[in-house]
Design a protein around this ligand. Sequence first.
Ligand SMILES: [Zn+2]
Length: 329
Amino acid sequence: MRYPWTQAPWTQLQVRRQQQRLPHALLLTGPKGLGKTGFARDLAQSLLCEQPSSEGLACQQCRACARFAAATHPDFLVVEPEEAGKAIKVDQIRDLIAQFTLATHQGGYRVAIVQPAEQMNLAAANSLLKTLEEPPADSLLVLVSANPSLLPATILSRCQRLDFSPPSHAEALAWLSQEQQIPVDEAEALLSLACDAPLSALALREESVLAQRQALFQSFTAIARGQSALANLDPWLKLALPTPIHWLSSWINDLIRVKSGVPAGLRNRDLREGLQNIAQRVDLQGLFDFLDELHNILRMQRSPLNAQMLMEGVLLRWQSLSTAKADDK
Ligand SMILES: [Zn+2]
């Protein structure tokens, strides 16, 4: 299996396969960033492969595997929204059912993945339900969903559910640093942003989020050292709200920890030194007040906000908070 944290569900399914007790419908659930969709694809390929290994892994060499890799296998279907974030429509499900009920091309399994399954609209879900009630032989339907509570109960009750849990923080860290060769400090920082979901952490890295965060932290530090907030506004406007406010509140949170003498639980361990320097300049009560204000902003994020005005206000507030002590002297 491609990830250590998906080994257990993989083995579980392969045992059932050997006992010829695979269900007709599976629901893969769990937080984003754990590789559920990749797992579903591996499972599909494994079922279509002409000579899978004893662990159930596809051989990558047979005709079926070649077709699978070229995305031309006639017995494998993926249904997803035509545009990211949009609904899966009833026509897409009808097409799926039409193909699913034909005899298979290879005389073996027929597999379809529907993801994210909760994005089926009501008509699509109802249409799929009919197939779930009378599944064709040798077929497997794999629904993938990070939000299964949004699926109709009638669908849920007809799927065998397989829950994916995030690995422990230590396992995730080991995987990123050893398997992916990411420096430990950076891996820690990525995991703290990704709620310990290893693949989300990798994706964040690819998006060079850390570099942006570093730029913001530099500007955050520069303001505390007396530079003008307004002259430091630009990097903050490059990121969509509420991300900069999230980061800012996470730094303020850590500053409170440092000032309270409990630096062990820092969320931004890679910024520890910088945070310790800033902590000497700010007043603890002021930090608590500022954190409250940031939380209020995050709570109101659904209403349209003028990003520039908002960031100006927030940074000016940080400027007055972090330079107040210097002014006193
Ligand atoms: Zn194969």
